[in-house]
Design a protein around this ligand. Structure first.
Ligand code: SF4
Length: 283
């Protein structure tokens, strides 16, 4: 059995940067609070907890005067204000690509456009983008959501960094006949797009796809959807011990990819387990 690993599997630039900031912060301070889990990977969050990183639900839970971290997903301006008011030292690990979406959305909002954020309304990144427009922007998940909206004549679109180009195209196509002025900022993260393209290419070549990453990780779930849409059987797992022998029955080529918050150790453990599982069949 051949095992093929997607080239850009695992940590992206923004997550790696956030982890480096966290590691340094826990060396500099006995206790550091992260405003929400730093990344959607339980194992990494547990390791950081042992180093003194405490996950808090929000800035209101952080003791006054403490040190807190904004994660790669970013946060709204109100979080910075609340932190300042409570004397909290903020370490900002907002991914520069997410910060770019904030700036674009705020800019379009100031210009008088109604801003639509293509994204998941429950995702903190999308909520943070809305907050940077003073709460004015609307989150849409797909063109279907437009049917419930009364659209003004001037609309601007930005997107959550994990969106696909197809989803953005579909939204733009649906908006064009409805508005007289439309501006679009393609704020999809390159790392996400590259990982998605590679995973798609790989899924088409193999008999089975394994997608590694946290069950709460939006970008990992997206990868699993993209791979499954090719018709290749696809399993989303968090750890190597979830791999099942029966998945490999009759499989000649297995593809492995991983979300942006999946550590190299988790990927290596899956590859090792697959090699072990493949060994009896190959000899
Ligand atoms: S996926 Fe892209 S935007 Fe999101 S944290 Fe990683 S590099 Fe930044």
């Amino acid at each position: 059995m051949q095992i093929l690993l997607a080239e850009n599997a695992g940590f992206c630039f923004g997550v790696r940067r956030a982890l480096e900031i966290a590691e340094q912060a826990t060396r500099d301070h006995p206790r550091v609070f992260s405003l929400g889990p730093l990344i959607h990977n339980r194992q990494v969050v547990e390791r950081l907890a042992a180093q003194g990183l405490v996950v808090s639900a929000g800035v209101e839970e952080v003791p006054p005067g403490a040190v807190a971290m904004i994660r790669a997903h970013g946060a709204g301006p109100e979080v910075y204000e609340q932190a300042r008011a409570r004397g909290i030292t903020l370490l900002d690990a907002t991914c520069p690509f997410v910060a770019r979406v904030h700036r674009k959305a705020a800019h379009f909002s100031r210009q008088g456009y109604t801003v639509l954020v293509l994204g998941d309304p429950n995702h903190p990144e999308a909520q943070g983008i809305v907050a940077h427009t003073g709460g004015q922007a609307l989150i849409v998940e797909s063109p279907q959501d437009l049917t419930n909206l009364r659209l003004p004549s001037r609309v601007a679109v930005v997107c959550q960094t994990t969106q696909t180009l197809e989803a953005l195209r579909a939204l733009v196509d649906a908006l064009l006949p409805q508005v007289s002025e439309l501006v679009v900022a393609n704020t999809i993260c390159d790392a996400t797009a590259k990982r998605q393209e590679e995973s798609l290419r790989l899924a088409r070549q193999v008999d089975l796809m394994i997608v590694i990453g946290g069950y709460h990780s939006a970008n990992t779930r997206r990868l699993a959807e993209i791979c499954a849409a090719t018709g290749t059987p696809t399993h989303h797992i968090e750890q190597a011990d979830e791999l099942q022998e029966e998945w490999l029955a009759g499989v000649e080529k297995v593809g492995v990819t991983a979300g942006a918050s999946t550590p190299a150790e988790a990927i290596e453990a899956v590859l090792m387990r697959l090699r072990e599982m493949a060994a009896p069949a190959s000899g």
